[in-house]
Ligand binder design. Sequence first.
Ligand code: ADP
Ligand code: ADP
Ligand code: ZN
Length: 216
Amino acid sequence: MRLIIFGPPGAGKGTQASRISSRHGLLHISTGDMLRAAVREGTQLGRLAKSYMDKGELVPDDVVFGIIKDRITKADSKDGFMLDGFPRTIPQAKALDRMLGEEGLKIGAVISIEVDDEEVVKRISGRRVCEKCGAMYHIIFDPPKNSGYCDKCDGKLYQRDDDSEDVVRNRLRVYRKQTEPLKEYYEKTGILKVVRGTGTVEEVFSEIERILEKLN
Ligand code: ADP
Ligand code: ADP
Ligand code: ZN
């Protein structure tokens, strides 16, 4: 199975992808996580990426595509994967199709999680991430048992640099302009599946499960 989890920043892509990954053993590939790892390591790529991420702009297509190409040609990607945060532009989608096509492969479904802008701002402003294991929390909707610490590994929770309200507003503008047109791109090939993202994490997950059942 090769899936794309699609949607605006804060829609719940990462949250749902980690559920799908534990339920189905599907490899979860997040370009945002890979870029943040490069930033932490202080590599040249990380420094370049940070200058875009801090402003809520997209990292250039060729940079991101290089990272994805390296990742999905690794041995553990052979049996399938789920892309979270990629593609984000039409050129990225075309490059992905071209690359998979060379191997006779294609994307089976694009699951689009739909939430409005106000919900995005609420979700992102309360988002906290575990610095050790990457687990996601929300200070109101999904608080950890011990405030400030991860339930799973006791790691410290932090707020992402780009989760401030002004940067979020810009990320939303960028999403509507550069990323949302991808829905039409995938609709044309009949693989776009729309999910209402406003329910609880469980409700959204069951809707995604219903879609996945029909794919097999
Ligand atoms: P969110 O989960 O809130 O949508 P991500 O973690 O996916 O955010 O991405 C964070 C930032 O990383 C983006 O704002 C962008 O700067 C950069 N980024 C991630 N994926 C891509 C991509 N496919 N193309 C360009 N930039 C990307
Ligand atoms: P994305 O990867 O699309 O940027 P996340 O999965 O990181 O989104 O979710 C953004 C924030 O919203 C996180 O703090 C998460 O705990 C919370 N969240 C995710 N799904 C829901 C939901 N269905 N209802 C309420 N909050 C949610
Ligand atoms: Zn943790």
